[in-house]
Design a binder for this molecule. Sequence first.
Ligand SMILES: [Zn+2]
Length: 147
Amino acid sequence: MTKLSDFTHITKFLFGGRARFMLRSPKTGKEIRYFMYGNPGNDLIFHVDVASDSVSGMTQYLGTIKIEDRTVKDFRHNARGKVHGEHSSVKAIQYLISTLQAWPLDKPYTALDVHHLGHCGACDGDLPDGHLSGLHTDCEKEHFLDL
Ligand SMILES: [Zn+2]
């Protein structure tokens, strides 16, 4: 598990197509794990699951994030799902997306701590601990976002 701080790395990692990550609030220390997946070459709709139970590995579907014209659109909560829109896992994703939308490209991202979990955000293959971009070099080269 390694914290990502570069804005471009975080954005490319999250929208790589198979991103497993943990968000930690710098204020409260609360940690939540997610899986964000989609087909970047196709419709640019990304789905977000939250790990609701770290013991059993159970996940719950939270909703979608779309990319249009190279811009990240707001998170859309899945209102028919089991996780309420006011739940901290939904609030944290909304906060992540809204702060990323407004973040200056050249500043390290500090609104939340974003950690990869030892897997490439694009191909899900292993990454060594301490890997700072969250994507293999080749996977980063082929990324659809040209940041
Ligand atoms: Zn990869």
